[in-house]
Design a binder for this molecule. Structure first.
Ligand SMILES: *[C@@H]1O[C@H](CO)[C@@H](O)[C@H](O)[C@H]1NC(C)=O
Ligand SMILES: *[C@@H]1O[C@H](CO)[C@@H](O)[C@H](O)[C@H]1NC(C)=O
Ligand SMILES: *[C@@H]1O[C@H](CO)[C@@H](O)[C@H](O)[C@H]1NC(C)=O
Length: 494
């Protein structure tokens, strides 16, 4: 359905880069393909980041608006004023999530102001984060459609949702268990649960928070997942059953050309380097914006790379115990002479801070991806047919890794959590398995290529063919427009 007259969509991501970036990608997609204006709501520092990340083409600059929502972390007993999880150690991330509940009243006032400005033409919908399901209540006060946009895949999110609400590990003495409302997820091991779920006990502040925000998903008009029906059906079916709401896979929503990015290496240099390497010969290693390794594991990974003789691109960050944004000191944290030897042999790139990930994954030279199994990274990898070596560290990453390994067969787990320690032989064995033509490695690559086809088809629209995500987006807009029509009729009658 075409958009007539100016119509606005309000977007409200959680304050973490891994959430904000897919929201920006979704905003660009909706603005470009459907002509809506987008109003981003977020805290002042994050608004600056969002603004700088949107490509300033003439075409789009007037289509984005920004509304600042006040937030004071020091009020919630954080030592510093922070607005984004990027600077937090892992044990403080969930308290920060909990503090975000205080945004509710401010959001109501902001949204009320927005509606009053154009009473004849209220926003079409609010699309908010998984942690901001409470926006549904506010949207509905004004007769507006509400959708949650999950930046996490449906399987990983399903296990997270179910284990947080059911706390199955508290009801057994066994280290393995199943989920009462999600048996299809099969067995979960206690070591796969994140810190926040371990801490929840059913009545402490974590649990109180979770019981407020996760069941509130039922109030939403729809749940959108950045995923593809054909590769993530178990999780999507779980939420359809659980919530009795439309649950749509609309992915992959990926940010292809990120503006204003601080890069440790230019895209051109990186691509030129990859072109000199044989097909499927390079291992790409990155743990995302939020994670890093224990000093001992960083050392062991370097030794494994050395012994493997494989080409690699490794995005490094200071190890645990050091400020993640400080300068990376190769002579301290990597084996002696490692970086200069790698440079001399022209065998690897050690990249500080950030690398052009999507370009690296789409290169023919890339053979496999060592990743924390964040969902964005998994989608980017599979969208290019690249198998994964999983090193899940936090939140739902262990569940995603389990799914990629056990259900899709495109991944092998090399380590779990931040605290595990092991020798280089263990890592070396996995690298060899995936990169040196073993049956298992070949099978993973074949399955990753199948996933690639499914992912590419999902958003395709051509004569006589419409992919599942393209259909889902259409259904979502129809539902939102219908609600707007209904609200209009209702107000005319009064
Ligand atoms: C766990 O073990 C304790 C001690 O053996 C026992 O009292 C308790 O009932 C067990 N709990 C469950 C859920 O099996
Ligand atoms: C959970 O933790 C809170 C706070 O530490 C405590 O007061 C409460 O008794 C605990 N509840 C259960 C069921 O263990
Ligand atoms: C992808 O879409 C094409 C039509 O464009 C179809 O012929 C093909 O079978 C699809 N592949 C998969 C794996 O679904």
């Amino acid at each position: 359905m075409a958009n007539t007259g100016e119509s606005n969509i309000v977007m409200f991501p959680f304050m973490a880069k891994g959430h904000i970036i897919p929201f920006i990608a979704l905003a660009l997609e909706i603005q470009q393909k459907r002509g809506y204006t987008i109003t981003f709501v977020n805290t002042p520092q994050n608004i600056i980041y969002i603004k700088s990340s949107i490509p300033q083409t003439q075409n789009s600059s007037s289509s984005f608006r920004f509304l600042e929502i006040p937030f004071s972390s020091s009020y919630h007993a954080f030592a510093l004023e922070i607005e984004n999880t990027d600077v937090l150690p892992f044990n403080l991330i969930f308290p920060f999530v909990q503090a975000s509940y205080s945004l509710k009243d401010s959001f109501r006032s902001l949204f009320c102001g927005l509606v009053k400005k154009q009473p004849d033409n209220p926003p079409l919908c609010i699309i908010s984060d998984i942690f901001f399901g409470w926006c549904a209540e506010i949207a509905h006060e004004f007769g507006v459609f509400h959708a949650i946009f999950s930046v996490i895949g449906a399987f990983g999110m399903g296990v997270y949702y179910s284990s947080f609400l059911n706390l199955p590990h508290k009801k057994t003495n066994s280290s393995e268990f199943t989920l009462p409302d999600f048996p299809e997820a099969s067995r979960i091991h206690i070591s796969q649960l994140p810190y926040s779920i371990h801490e929840a006990n059913g009545s402490n502040s974590i649990s109180e928070y979770v019981q407020k925000v996760l069941p509130a998903w039922k109030d939403s008009d729809a749940i959108l997942f950045n995923t593809v029906e054909e590769i993530d059906q178990i999780g999507l079916l779980y939420f359809r059953r659980k919530l009795g709401r439309p649950v749509w896979g609309i992915g992959p929503i990926l940010l292809t050309d990120r503006a204003g990015k601080q890069t440790g290496i230019t895209k051109e240099f990186c691509m030129k380097w990859l072109k000199t390497k044989p097909t499927k010969s390079v291992l790409y290693i990155s743990f995302g914006s939020q994670n890093t390794l224990l000093p001992s594991n960083m050392m062991q990974l370097a030794v494994a790379l050395d012994k493997s003789g494989k080409n690699f691109i490794w995005v490094v960050r200071p190890p645990i115990g050091h400020n993640i944004d400080s300068e990376f000191e190769a002579d301290k944290w990597l084996p002696e002479g490692f970086e200069s030897r790698i440079n001399e042999e022209n065998r690897g790139l050690i990249v500080r801070k950030w690398a052009p990930q999507l370009e690296i994954l789409s290169s023919k030279a890339t053979a496999a991806f060592v990743t924390q199994c964040g969902w964005n990274s998994a989608l980017e990898s599979l969208g290019n047919g690249v198998p994964l070596i999983g090193w899940p560290m936090a939140a739902e990453q262990c569940f995603t890794c389990k799914y990629l390994e056990e259900e899709l067969g495109v991944c092998v787990e090399v380590a779990r959590g931040l605290a595990c320690e092991f020798g280089n032989e263990h890592i070396l064995e996995k690298i060899k398995m995936v990169m040196s033509g073993s049956d298992k490695g070949n099978d993973m690559r074949r399955k990753a290529c199948e996933a690639k086809q499914l992912i590419q088809n999902a958003t395709k629209v051509e004569d006589g063919f419409k992919g599942s995500s393209a259909i889902a987006v259409g259904e979502f807009f129809n539902a939102a427009l219908l609600k707007k029509e209904e609200a209009k009729l209702k107000s005319l009658k009064i």
